[in-house]
Design a protein around this ligand. Structure first.
Ligand SMILES: [Zn+2]
Length: 126
């Protein structure tokens, strides 16, 4: 997998909008990268918002190599990865976004598969 170096601001905006729309439930999706830039949410049919993270494993086949990780929202004001989140990140690898209230451009954080925060450049257009 290509190293992720940046995230498209359009992705961040769509992610936060979806999170807002799902509130108070948790919004979850997968994320796609192009040339090392996260630029798209992948919504998979049958995903139950507010359900546990366990459904992610089913999403992994067939493997789409542009899939770079996951994104989900927290209904509260913390974008810290929970123990459950870190387990999921470790199982999946890749990069993982968490956003929280108030779901704006400063609400999100990105984590690697060890649950360590990743600082990404935000870009307006690829
Ligand atoms: Zn979480």
């Amino acid at each position: 997998m290509k190293t992720i170096r940046a995230v498209d601001i359009d992705f961040i905006d769509s992610f936060n909008e979806s999170a807002k729309a799902c509130y108070p439930n948790e919004f979850t999706c997968m994320v796609r990268q192009e040339n090392g830039v996260i630029n798209e949410m992948i919504l998979l049919p049958g995903t139950l918002y507010g359900d546990s993270h366990s459904s992610f494993s089913e999403w992994m086949s067939p493997i789409d190599f542009s899939i770079a990780g996951t994104a989900h929202s927290h209904p509260g004001y913390s974008n810290k990865a929970s123990d459950e989140d870190i387990l999921l990140f470790a199982n999946m690898g890749g990069i993982h976004f968490i956003t929280c209230q108030p779901y704006d451009r400063n609400s999100w954080k990105a984590y690697d598969s060890k649950g360590e925060e990743v600082v990404l450049e935000t870009i307006d257009h690829i």
